[in-house]
Design a protein around this ligand. Structure first.
Ligand SMILES: C[S@@+](CC[C@H](N)C(=O)[O-])C[C@H]1O[C@@H](n2cnc3c(N)ncnc32)[C@H](O)[C@@H]1O
Length: 192
């Protein structure tokens, strides 16, 4: 959905999103954190996922989002910063991050292949990409296509068969893993 819709939803977003739509505690083990990794959470919204990560690790988190109202909800933490900006031209120098994360957002980032290329650019060599998004081939498939047509917001819920080649084209290798009954995860690495 457009960032202006999230501007309206921001004050109540956490109440209906976490842990129902995405469970922050389930993201942390996907990251395999070992030290003080620098992590970029693209379209990270209210920072619920980022906050769970800083609390569970020594990592440094940057939450980027196009909605300032969503970013205003991000909890304060010395290792958590926010950046207001678009996902398709990430405003960071190349090779800035050890991990790029994106949860429940890729379906609304347009164009998705350009966003993936921007994610690759800001990752360090060998850096990791962790995506979680709704699976149109999962239990929520019919509801997702209903929502795509109802809201007319240009959402594209990608099946694994489409996202896999797009990731490869963008320069990532990795694997899909089940995440929930309605979502998949992709855990990958910036290919050299
Ligand atoms: C469904 S929310 C998910 C937020 C967060 N990742 C989470 O898991 O709770 C989608 C977020 O994408 C943001 N968004 C939408 N289009 C964007 C764009 N082009 N660039 C950056 N953020 C965008 C919205 O403002 C919103 O905060």
């Amino acid at each position: 959905m457009s960032p202006w819709i999230f501007d309206l939803l921001a004050p109540v977003y956490n109440r209906f999103s976490h842990p129902w739509l995405v469970n922050p505690a389930r993201i942390v083990p996907l990251l395999g954190l070992e030290g003080k990794e620098h992590i970029l959470d693209v379209a990270g919204g209210t920072g619920a996922v980022a906050h769970a990560i800083v609390q569970a690790s020594r990592a440094h988190l940057t939450v980027l989002d196009a909605s300032q109202a969503m970013l205003n909800q991000v909890p304060s933490h010395s290792r958590l910063r926010t950046i207001h900006g678009p996902a398709n031209s990430l405003p960071f120098p190349a090779e800035s991050f050890d991990i790029v994360l994106c949860t429940d957002s890729l379906h609304q980032l347009d164009p998705q292949n350009i966003v993936l290329a921007a994610m690759r650019r800001v990752l360090k060599p060998g850096g990791r990409l962790v995506l979680v998004d709704f699976d149109p081939d999962g239990l929520a498939g019919p509801a997702l296509s209903w929502g795509e047509n109802l809201f007319k917001q240009g959402h594209r819920f990608l099946p694994r068969t489409e996202l896999g080649p797009m990731l490869q084209e963008a320069g990532f290798t990795g694997r899909f893993a089940p995440f929930s009954l309605i979502q998949y995860a992709f855990i990958g690495t910036k290919a050299t």
